[in-house]
Unconditional design. Structure first.
Length: 102
């Protein structure tokens, strides 16, 4: 394969990212034990997005990938957000059937 460059990542980077993921896992558990009211879901989703980004950037090696790979990853995230947004819009506009007497 001429023209392709392979990026060599030191093991230390992978160990640091794995340690960060373990810290974030502990933070997720700690937040679940604390009652923050409506902010529980916000904090939990923020931690989840950070963990997702660490896995994608380092373990899936997106950080060192081509621009086309970044475009495909961005399109996948956009598609996921679109599906979640439309599902949420449908869910929030439905009237509970218990209020209608049925």
């Amino acid at each position: 394969m001429s023209g392709s460059q392979e990026h060599i990542v030191p093991r230390r980077v992978y160990f640091l990212v794995a340690a960060a993921l373990l810290v974030l896992l502990t933070a997720t558990w700690a937040i679940a034990e604390i009652d923050l009211g409506p902010f529980n879901i916000v904090v939990a989703l923020t931690i989840a997005v950070i963990k997702m980004m660490l896995v994608a950037l380092f373990f899936m090696e997106l950080r060192w990938s081509s621009r086309l790979t970044w475009v495909v990853a961005g399109a996948a995230i956009f598609w996921l957000l679109l599906l979640l947004g439309l599902t949420l819009a449908d869910f929030t506009t439905r009237v509970p059937t218990t209020l209608l007497g049925g």
